[in-house]
Write a protein that binds this ligand. Structure first.
Ligand code: UT7
Length: 324
């Protein structure tokens, strides 16, 4: 059987230059490096410079992904950019990236907060398998520093800025789990839990951008449960078992959530890519940032089986199985 698959061609990432260590927060808030490391695993994060926009990070990451894939921007016929911190309310940040790269086709943003990259990946896979696009650039890019309340110690220490990108292209496979490319995706959301992680502003409600608000403990409880469930569901859909997984590339919100999900999914921590220590939570950018680091340092190799999973505001969550 010959089936269309969305196979990876290359990836890349970009982090703003400015690095802020936990100690910087302890100087002006009632917090400490010890608390942040013990409760989250985060030690430092990158913040965009003044005037450095989500599109700037996205374009830099995309250029690196195109170089890694060995193709020009003109070879891309769709760009899907996952972000909750777009440059403007509209047009989409993706169209700015499209123009900068000299890409044709079409471009649009996806907003599923921290699960954005998995939602974008699933959409790219559907576009490729449906014959709508041949080569798709999937980007996660965020400047969460713009929506943080710097007086709220419960949230401002958790997030960082960055971008990561992945090029997918149509390839024929056999239809089995040995194929390269996206093998399965599972998406979920539950709007009943909108309030536990939200931004308190927007164009239609307050005509302001607003600030991030989170009931951390509540989100944590949903995260460990729902991520374990979706990991299992996605592996079953791809017809693979935990022992087949070479690498888990999870959303990087909290090391305790990452460890708990790996354990419940039956995958050892040695097989989990962890960047939360250096990046903090970069929302939609965290998975492609982690992916790029592990591909770049040689851990992830052609043919490896990857499990990705993420959860964020909405609540929205999902999983993906991809053979590199
Ligand atoms: O990516 C989107 C999804 N987001 C997530 O996955 C985040 C999920 N949630 C979490 O990661 C964790 O809930 C947090 C890291 C946000 C918080 O950790 P926690 O172990 O759940 O702590 P908590 O919220 O139960 O707070 C424990 C205590 C509280 O003090 P009291 O009420 O016990 O006196 C907080 O006020 O820690 C206090 N606290 C802090 N203390 C020092 C909260 N933030 C800080 C802080 N420094 N930065």
């Amino acid at each position: 059987m010959s089936v269309l698959r969305a196979a990876p061609l290359g990836c890349g990432a970009y982090l703003p230059e400015r690095v802020v260590e936990n100690a910087a927060f302890a100087q002006r808030l009632d917090t400490s490096d010890e608390w942040i490391v013990a409760r989250t695993g985060i030690r430092r994060r990158h913040f965009a410079a003044e005037g450095e926009l989500t599109s700037d990070l996205a374009i830099a990451a995309a250029r690196r992904a195109l170089a890694d894939a060995g193709i020009e921007g003109s070879a891309v016929d769709a760009i899907i950019l996952a972000t909750s911190t777009p440059d403007h309310t509209f047009p989409s940040t993706a169209t700015k990236v499209q123009h900068a790269l000299g890409a044709g086709g079409f471009a649009f943003d996806i907003q599923a907060v921290c699960a954005g990259f998995v939602f974008a990946l699933a959409t790219a896979d559907a576009l490729i398998r449906g014959g709508q696009a041949r080569t798709v650039l999937v980007i996660g890019a965020e400047t969460f520093s713009r929506i943080l309340d710097w007086e709220d110690r419960g949230t401002c220490v958790l997030f960082g800025d960055g971008a990561g990108a992945l090029v997918l292209t149509a390839t024929f496979g056999d239809g089995g789990p040995q194929d390269r490319g996206v093998l399965a995706t599972c998406l979920h959301s539950e709007g009943a839990h909108r309030d536990i992680l939200h931004v308190d502003g927007g164009p239609s409600s307050t005509q302001t951008t607003g600030k991030l608000r989170m009931m951390g403990r509540e989100v944590f409880k949903h995260a460990v449960h729902k991520l374990a469930e979706v990991a299992e569901e996605t592996m079953a859909k791809a017809d693979v078992r935990p022992e087949d997984i070479d690498w888990v590339v999870p959303h990087q919100a909290n090391i305790r959530i990452i460890e708990s999900t790996a354990k419940r999914a039956g995958v050892a921590m040695e097989k989990v890519i962890v960047t939360v220590e250096d990046h903090g939570n970069t929302s939609a950018a965290s998975i492609p940032l982690a992916l790029s680091r592990a591909v770049g340092d040689g851990r992830i190799r052609r043919g490896d089986l990857l499990l990705m999973e993420a959860i964020g505001g909405g609540l929205a969550w999902g999983g993906a199985i991809l053979r590199w």
